[in-house]
Design a protein around this ligand. Structure first.
Ligand code: F0G
Length: 458
C-alpha cells in the first residue's frame, strides 16, 4: 500500500495556476516589502497561506447554494443551518457571523473590560487581538511540551490544568470573564486537545463558575484525532465525538472557513439566554439580523452541508494523511517541523532550521521569502512577527518561544504532486540554508502587525 491516502474525490472544475519566472518572483516579493501577505495571488504557484476560506466546496455544497433563501428574516436557509447546528454543536442559541473574528469581536466587546484576563491553551492572533483591543490580557496556559517542537505527543494541544488553576487563583475569578480552549491548537502546530483534557478544563472552569468557550475552527479534525488516539473512541463516529466535545462547553466561536469548508462564514453559540440576548443586539448593530448575521442565505446552506462533510470519516482519513505525508517527508529529509504533524498544516521550525539567524532578525520571515523565491510557494511566518508584541506595562518587546513558518493546506484543493513539488522545494532550500540572511521590520501597525508589516533584508 502507498504511504498516503488517495484523494476521496475527483476534479470536475479546474482553476489554472502558474509559476512565474525567478526574476519576476524576486521583483514581486521585493515590491511586497518581503511580506507574503502583500503578494498578488496571481504571482503564486501553490498557496499555503491559509486553510481558511480556501477549501474547495463539494457538488452538494454548490447545489445547496442554489437553493439559498435570501429572505431578510426567517429564511429557510437559516433553519437548515439551525438543524445542523443543533445536531453537531448542540448549544441552545447561536447566531451566524461572517467569520470567526466577528464572533470573537462580539464576545470580547460584551464581556472583556480593561485589565481582565482570558485564559486558553493558546489563543489565535485574531482572538488575542480582539481581547487586547478591549484592554484585556489573553493568556496561554498550554502544557509545556507544546513549546518543544520535537516532542511527539498525542495531544500536544492540551491545557496545563495546574497552571490554569493557579492562574485563576492568582488573578481572581472576578477578573476572568470567560475561559477558552482552541481545538485544534492552530498557534502551536495544529495539535489536538484530548476529550479528557476538555472534560477536566470544563470541570475546572465550572468549579470557579467561569463560562467556558471553545474556539471550534477545526473541531472535526480534532474529533478525528480523538478517534485515532484516545482510548474508548475508536468505535465512535466523528459526529458523536464532536457532540461530546461541545456538550462540555458553555459556548463556542467558530470560523466555518476551516471545518465548515466554506469560503466565508462562522458563528457564535451559547447556552446562556441572557448573554444570547446581548449577543443578538450586538449582532444586529454590527453584522446583520440574527437569522443571517452578515451572510447571504446561500452561505448558510453551504455551511450546513460543509459541517457534515467535514465530519465524514473518509474525508478526515485523507485529510490527516495528506498533511502527515507532507510533514513526514520533510522530517525524513532532516527538516525540523512541529512534531507530530497536525491536521491542517505543517509548521517548519525556522528558528532551528536557520539557527544562524538570531530570533530578532526574523528567521521565519527569511524562510518564507526564500520558499516563495525558490518555488513560487506562499507559506506564512507564525513566529516573532505574528506573536511578538510590545508589553503594554513594561514597554518591552516580547519574543514568542517559537518561530515557525506554516504551510496550511487548503481543504480538497491540492493533490499529491503539489505536495511532492513542495517537498522538493523545501529540501533544496535546506541544502543551502546557511546562505539565508535575516530581516528587519521597517513598518508595523500597533495590532496584528504581521498582515501589513514591511521588511528589509539585513
Ligand atoms: N481562531 C482560530 C484558531 C483560527 O485559526 C482563526 C483563523 C480564527 C479564530 C479567526 O477566524 O479568520 O474566520 O476570522 N485562522 C486563519 C488562519 C486566518 O490562517 O489560521 P476568521
Amino acid at each position: 500500500m502507498p504511504n498516503y491516502v488517495p484523494e476521496p474525490f475527483r476534479i470536475k472544475m479546474t482553476e489554472p495556476i502558474r509559476l512565474i519566472p525567478p526574476a519576476e518572483r524576486e521583483q514581486a516579493i521585493q515590491a511586497a516589502g518581503y511580506n507574503v501577505f502583500a503578494l498578488r495571488a496571481e504571482d503564486i504557484y501553490i498557496d499555503y497561506l491559509t486553510d481558511s476560506g480556501t477549501g474547495a466546496m463539494s457538488q452538494h455544497q454548490w447545489a445547496a447554494m442554489m437553493a439559498g433563501d435570501e429572505s431578510y428574516a426567517g429564511a429557510r436557509s437559516y433553519y437548515r443551518l439551525k438543524e445542523v447546528m443543533d445536531a453537531v454543536f448542540g448549544f441552545k442559541y447561536f447566531v451566524p457571523t461572517h467569520q470567526g473574528r466577528a464572533a470573537e469581536n462580539i464576545l470580547a466587546n460584551l464581556l472583556v473590560r480593561p485589565g481582565m484576563f482570558v485564559p486558553s491553551n493558546m489563543h489565535f492572533d485574531t482572538t488575542e487581538g480582539n481581547i487586547r483591543a478591549r484592554g484585556g490580557r489573553p493568556t496561554n496556559l498550554i502544557r509545556a511540551e507544546a513549546y518543544d517542537p520535537a516532542a511527539r505527543l498525542d495531544f500536544k494541544g492540551n491545557m496545563d490544568l495546574a497552571k490554569l488553576r493557579a492562574f485563576i487563583e492568582e488573578k481572581g475569578v472576578e477578573n476572568i470573564p470567560f475561559g477558552m480552549i482552541t481545538i485544534t491548537n492552530n498557534a502551536g502546530g495544529g495539535q489536538p486537545v484530548s476529550m479528557q483534557n476538555l472534560r477536566e478544563v470544563a470541570a475546572l472552569y465550572r468549579e470557579y463558575r467561569i463560562p467556558f468557550f471553545i474556539d471550534a475552527c477545526r473541531f472535526a479534525e480534532n474529533a478525528y484525532f480523538i478517534k485515532l488516539r484516545e482510548t474508548g473512541y475508536a468505535q465512535k463516529a466523528p459526529l458523536e465525538i464532536a457532540q461530546e466535545m461541545f456538550s462540555l462547553a458553555d459556548g463556542a466561536t467558530m470560523s466555518a472557513k476551516k471545518d465548515g469548508i466554506v469560503n466565508i462564514g462562522g458563528f457564535l453559540a451559547v447556552n446562556d439566554e441572557g448573554l444570547f440576548e446581548r449577543i443578538r443586539n450586538e449582532l444586529i448593530l454590527r453584522e446583520g439580523f440574527p437569522t443571517y448575521g452578515g451572510l447571504a442565505g446561500r452561505d448558510l446552506d453551504a455551511m450546513a452541508v460543509g459541517f457534515m462533510e467535514a465530519l465524514e470519516e473518509r474525508y478526515l482519513e485523507y485529510r490527516l494523511a495528506q498533511t502527515a505525508y507532507l510533514g513526514d517527508s520533510l522530517l525524513a529529509a532532516g527538516i525540523p517541523i512541529i512534531e507530530p504533524p497536525g491536521a491542517h498544516a505543517i509548521y517548519i521550525d525556522a528558528k532551528h532550521l536557520l539557527e544562524h539567524i538570531p530570533q530578532r532578525e526574523l528567521p521565519g520571515i527569511a524562510l518564507s521569502v526564500e520558499i516563495y523565491k525558490q518555488g513560487g510557494i506562499r507559506a506564512v511566518e507564525l513566529g516573532t512577527v505574528a506573536f511578538g508584541y510590545i508589553d503594554p506595562e513594561t514597554g518591552e518587546e516580547h519574543l514568542p518561544e517559537l518561530d515557525l513558518v506554516r504551510m496550511a493546506i487548503p481543504r480538497r484543493v491540492y493533490t499529491q504532486s503539489h505536495l511532492d513539488y513542495t517537498i522538493a522545494t523545501i529540501k533544496e532550500i535546506a541544502t543551502r540554508r546557511k546562505s539565508l540572511q535575516g530581516y528587519k521590520i521597517v513598518y508595523q501597525p500597533r495590532l496584528m502587525r504581521h498582515f501589513t508589516a514591511k521588511f528589509q533584508p539585513l
